[in-house]
Design a binder for this molecule. Structure first.
Ligand SMILES: [Zn+2]
Length: 309
């Protein structure tokens, strides 16, 4: 094996953009490209994905492709079993079959948040841990469970999923499933922005603008971020008690807010959880905005290693 020499393409398929990057086995991003997600359904999304892959392959030789995509993924088939409206017409997409046929490269597909968690397990704060609960706070709320560095998918591919936990609050927008009393409806990035609009009586999008208002002293903005952090902390206290992970890793786009979100989260967790769970380490993710791409590429690398063993 020539670890560090091999290169992989990581693909991140999301509701607003499709991104792809050439990544080394140690997680270094060599080149990345992106395009807006077409609204015309799964065939158009896969066409865009292939175009980005072809663009990268014109300059780079790669050994395989890893894809992180929203929804519940049948990993054996590389197919989307279920997806919410975040990507209209995405359900049923034959991601692996289609991409392997059109690129002649091995393709690995997993849920986008599972891919990020895998990246943390390989080269981030999850490395060497006996068990990890990864939490993604972004456009949605996602999660993943890992034991001894390996993702746990469960019987149906949803193990670690946190979006649909029932919470004692109602969001100003719906969860991906439509409910307003699920964690995602209250604590995702768009949910925080909608909550600000509801309290302040003025719509401010996206969440980064609410964060800017908080930094310039807007008390409503600070209260919205603090409340979301506290709710996350209380919910995670229950989840941690059920699964008892060695460490909880907080990632995703909204987690980039930093201590203004994470400090109330950690404080609420420590108050809510029973001992010894209350002492569980809670750490920010190591991989930043490239985490979905790097994680997806490392999924491809891991699959290749399994096959060659
Ligand atoms: Zn839900």
């Amino acid at each position: 094996m020539t670890h560090g020499q091999e290169r992989w393409i990581g693909v991140d398929i999301g509701g607003t953009k499709v991104a792809a990057a050439v990544v080394t086995s140690t997680g270094e991003v060599i080149e990345s490209v992106r395009a807006a997600t077409p609204a015309a359904g799964k065939a158009a999304v896969l066409d865009t994905t292939v175009a980005l892959i072809d663009q990268l392959r014109a300059e780079h030789t790669v050994d395989g492709i890893g894809v992180g995509a929203p929804g519940i993924i049948d990993r054996a088939a590389g197919r989307v079993l279920f997806a919410s409206d975040i990507l209209p017409g995405w359900m049923g997409a034959e991601v692996r079959g289609e991409l392997e046929a059109r690129t002649s490269l091995p393709v690995t597909v997993d849920n986008d948040v599972r891919a990020m968690a895998h990246g943390e397990n390989m080269i981030g704060v999850g490395y060497g841990r006996s068990s990890v609960l990864f939490v993604s706070i972004g456009t949605g709320i996602g999660g993943a469970l890992s034991v001894n560095g390996e993702l746990r998918h469960g019987a149906h591919g949803t193990a670690g999923e946190l979006a649909h936990l029932l919470v004692p609050a109602s969001g100003a927008i719906g969860c991906g499933c439509g409910r307003i009393d699920h964690l995602e409806a209250v604590a995702s990035g768009p949910a925080m922005a909608a909550e600000y609009a509801s309290r302040a009586g003025v719509s401010v999008q996206p969440l980064q603008k609410v964060v800017s208002l908080m930094h310039s002293g807007d008390p409503i903005a600070r209260a919205v971020i603090t409340d979301a952090g506290e709710l996350l902390g209380r919910v995670l206290a229950g989840v941690a008690t059920a699964f008892d992970p060695e460490v909880i890793v907080i990632g995703g786009g909204a987690a980039q807010i930093g201590p203004d979100l994470l400090s109330p989260l950690v404080a609420a967790f420590r108050l809510e959880a029973m001992r010894p769970i209350a002492d569980t380490a809670i750490l920010p993710a190591h991989l930043g905005t490239d985490a979905p791409l790097v994680g997806a590429a490392l999924l491809a690398a891991a699959t290749r290693t399994e096959v060659s063993r």
